[in-house]
Design a protein around this ligand. Structure first.
Ligand code: AMP
Length: 299
């Protein structure tokens, strides 16, 4: 495994491998690696010959007052974790200046802008977040030029937006999603879980429970989104210290809110909440049953 800090060096290593016909996979991360990240690496290994893991805490996807400064950066421990996993060929860990040579981490004169797909969910509450995410991932795609890029479905809105970005901007890369890896009690693994106090950690399981209950309501044929969201908020209220930011059911492709779930509709159930200072998210993609009533066709 080779640690690379510079864009030129990535190109120099990968160009000959690409020319040899090797399939290259990219796994973008912000480090503080846990088993969720490692699941992405395993999937990348399965899909490609050469796996590149990037570790970069991207300043442009953090809003004012968010945790950019204190975000964990345990690079040595991350390298050890990756070393223990067979198959990672390169780790790309650039500096902010390397990735943002024009602006040194401030907003750049040229960047991507996400519209509509960030009206709901995290995008509504983290203005500019997905502009930062798409900009940095586009840079990584152009640096690594992977055949395949692997992301977690845990960041569901991010996944939908990046898949759409690759399609709409004609990036020649397959964007692949990996299901959320969870702790034993159901809490989605996250680099931010280390911020939680013991009591917050115990209560944090409420997010996965809320999502699971909503999924089960959809599976049973419940179609009225307001009823599902009310039940989600009731479950969330069971955790005294959880402050809900959103609980939503949206269309899985457009990410627009829906009022009534249609037969076989692909939907996304998602929740975000603060436990103390720590913001956690959870979600599930689900296809509604085919046999429920099609209100549009009844009209
Ligand atoms: P991050 O380092 O938090 O930016 O995450 C890097 C990648 O790992 C993203 O594609 C995330 O969606 C993915 N990821 C983070 N947590 C999990 C998890 N618990 N299960 C699966 N993928 C995850």
């Amino acid at each position: 495994m080779e640690l690379i800090h510079h864009v030129d060096a990535v190109r120099k290593r990968l160009d000959p491998l690409r020319a040899e016909g090797k399939r290259i996979a990219l796994v973008p991360t912000m480090g503080a690696l846990h088993d969720g990240h490692l699941a992405l690496v395993r999937e990348a290994r399965r899909l490609a010959d050469v796996v590149v893991v990037s570790i970069f805490v991207n300043p442009t996807q953090f809003g004012p007052g968010e945790d950019y400064e204190r975000y964990p950066r345990p690079l040595d421990a991350d390298l050890h974790r990756l070393e223990a996993l067979p198959g990672v060929r390169f780790v790309f860990a650039p500096t902010v200046n390397e990735m943002y040579p024009g602006a040194a981490g401030a907003r750049e004169p040229i960047s991507l802008v996400v519209d509509q797909l960030d009206d709901a969910l995290c995008g509504r509450h983290r203005k500019g977040h997905f502009d930062g995410v798409t900009t940095v991932v586009a840079k990584l795609f152009n640096i690594v030029r992977p055949h395949v890029a692997v992301f977690g479905l845990k960041d569901a809105q991010q996944f939908v937006i990046l898949k759409r970005m690759a399609h709409d901007l004609f990036f020649d890369v397959d964007v692949v999603g990996v299901p959320t890896v969870r702790e034993e009690d159901g809490l989605a693994m996250s680099s931010r879980n280390v911020y939680l106090t013991e009591s917050e950690r115990e209560q944090a399981v409420v997010l996965s429970r809320t999502v699971a209950q909503a999924v089960s309501r959809v599976r049973k044929g419940e179609q009225r989104v307001s009823g599902i969201v009310t039940a989600m908020l009731e479950t969330m209220a069971g955790a005294a210290d959880a402050r809900v930011q959103y609980a939503e059911v949206v269309d899985a492709e457009t990410l627009q809110p829906i009022e009534r779930i249609q037969p076989s509709q692909n939907i996304l159930v998602a929740v975000a909440a603060f436990l103390g200072e720590t913001r956690l998210i959870d979600s599930a993609f689900i296809t509604a049953p085919a046999h429920i009533r099609n209100v549009a066709s009844e009209a």
